[in-house]
Design a protein around this ligand. Structure first.
Ligand SMILES: C[S@@+](CC[C@H](N)C(=O)[O-])C[C@H]1O[C@@H](n2cnc3c(N)ncnc32)[C@H](O)[C@@H]1O
Length: 176
């Protein structure tokens, strides 16, 4: 399992939970309100290990806690997801630039049919050359935020198009 660390040693907890930046089936967002009752005393720990990152709802909650551990090792069996997290950690500016370019291209198309064709072309392009920015945009535009593979995707993300009715970049993804 690949592991990554997202919290630098001098990171200051934000006290604002980070929202998962994509939808993830089985995410724990809705359970977070109950975690304060069951979580151990955080001051006893200096690191957090999350081998089942998924959408990262628990991690996003944890980093906002005043006594959050300074260091986190995050992993997931899904290598495409880990690649996405690594891109965010190691090349956030490149990642964001590529996402902005793809989303602008998408928003320029105003017909549902044009957007659908674009989505499926981009999905094919991703299968030929899987990049984290491509994956992220497909995840944001794919059907209902679910993760599917299909025959042609060869094990890679292959979810069909979602509603494709966004009117702005903010409606597709949140840069914050
Ligand atoms: C429901 S998500 C976890 C939710 C998440 N921890 C949260 O904070 O919302 C489960 C994740 O575990 C991953 N997973 C399943 N089996 C695994 C394994 N054997 N090793 C590592 N990750 C695994 C899946 O890829 C999926 O992303």
């Amino acid at each position: 399992m690949s592991q990554i660390s997202l919290l630098p040693e001098d990171a200051v907890p934000s006290y604002q939970p980070l929202k998962p930046f994509y939808m993830w089936a089985g995410g724990k967002s809705r359970l977070l309100g109950r975690y304060s009752e069951v979580w151990p005393d955080l001051s006893r720990f200096d690191s957090y290990v999350e081998p089942f990152f998924g959408g990262g709802a628990v991690f996003g909650w944890l980093v906002a806690q005043p006594l959050a551990p300074q260091l986190a090792s995050l992993g997931d069996v899904n290598a495409e997801l880990v690649g996405l997290l690594e891109a965010l950690r190691d090349h956030p500016d490149d990642f964001l630039r590529e996402v902005r370019t793809l989303v602008s291209e998408y928003l320029l198309l105003d017909s549902k049919g044009g957007r659908k064709d674009w989505y499926y072309d981009q999905r094919k392009a991703y299968w030929r050359n899987p990049t984290p920015s491509h994956l992220y945009v497909l995840m944001r535009l794919g059907f209902n935020g679910i993760w599917q593979t299909c025959k042609e995707s060869n094990g890679l993300f292959g979810t069909p198009a979602g509603l494709l009715n966004h009117s702005s970049a903010e409606a597709v993804y949140d840069e914050a």
